[in-house]
Design a protein around this ligand. Structure first.
Ligand code: SF4
Ligand code: FES
Length: 253
């Protein structure tokens, strides 16, 4: 297969950047999207040109490092990660535009690579869970209701790729933050810090400059792990509860 790529090139955070066209020739339908960029980059290196910078690591859909806006859609036409997207899914396209995530909270470092440190700081704001030290507890000593265990596992599937932010017209990180909060808030081990965790992570999310959620749902539609909008509702319930308790505590001081 042959394509024309229109790739966002940007030398650094202060560079204005712009699209540059490259031919992608003899591409196998079974190549992943990243393998296709590898082929284009080999050609650029042979010609002595600067290869296209992009993020990747596992290439198995589990690390969350990859992420490109392909023809205007975060991770492209399939609901999967960019590394798991195969060129056969783009067989009817002649021209493919490739851009980095667009969000003020994800500044471009170079070409298609963005700084997602804001996500790390949100997770860091969540702190840790209280665990009694000492002897190893018996397996299954803490009973977890099956529904909660399942939902917690669903939330834990979030790989922190940032597609939800890139897809949201408000640049909101609510789906990511809600997944990270929901993962621990559903488990007995996550209860002691439940409300503090929710307040601190949401505060950090706001501080990082992400927008607010207006229930558009684009985030969940592109999420490669199909994180449900229900987690945002759960987070909002915990946030309201935490805010009331905090306000009550301040009043009684
Ligand atoms: S919620 Fe989905 S789209 Fe957002 S960071 Fe997690 S895995 Fe990626
Ligand atoms: S490179 Fe790890 S999820 Fe794509």
């Amino acid at each position: 297969m042959d394509f024309t790529l229109k790739v966002w090139r940007q030398k650094g955070p202060r560079d204005k950047g712009g699209f540059v066209s490259y031919p992608a020739r003899n591409i196998s339908p079974d190549m992943s999207f990243l393998e296709m960029i590898d082929v284009v980059n080999e050609g650029l290196i042979e010609k002595g040109e600067e290869p296209i910078a992009f993020d990747h690591d596992c290439r198995e859909g589990i690390c969350g490092m990859c992420g490109l806006v392909i023809n205007g859609v975060a991770h492209g036409p399939e609901q999967t990660t960019t590394c798991q997207l195969h060129m056969r899914s783009l067989k009817f396209m002649d021209t493919i535009t490739v851009e980095p995530w667009r969000s003020s909270a994800f500044p471009v470092i170079k070409d298609l690579v963005v700084d997602r440190g804001s996500f790390d700081r949100i997770i860091q704001a969540g702190g840790f869970v209280s665990v009694s030290t000492g002897g190893v507890p018996d397996a299954n000593a803490i009973a977890v209701p099956k529904d909660n265990a399942d939902m917690s596992m669903d939330a834990a599937a979030c790989i922190g790729c940032g597609a939800c932010v890139a897809a949201c017209p408000n640049g909101s990180a609510m789906l990511f933050t809600a997944a990270k909060i929901g993962h621990l808030n559903l488990l007995p081990q996550g209860q002691p810090e439940r409300l503090d965790r929710t307040l601190n992570m949401v505060d950090q999310m706001d501080e990082e400059g992400f927008g607010n959620c207006t229930n558009i749902g684009e985030c969940s539609a592109v999420c490669p792990k199909e994180i449900s909008l229900d987690f945002i509702a759960r987070m909002n319930r915990d946030l309201i509860k935490a805010s009331f308790i905090k306000a009550g505590a301040k009043k009684s001081e």
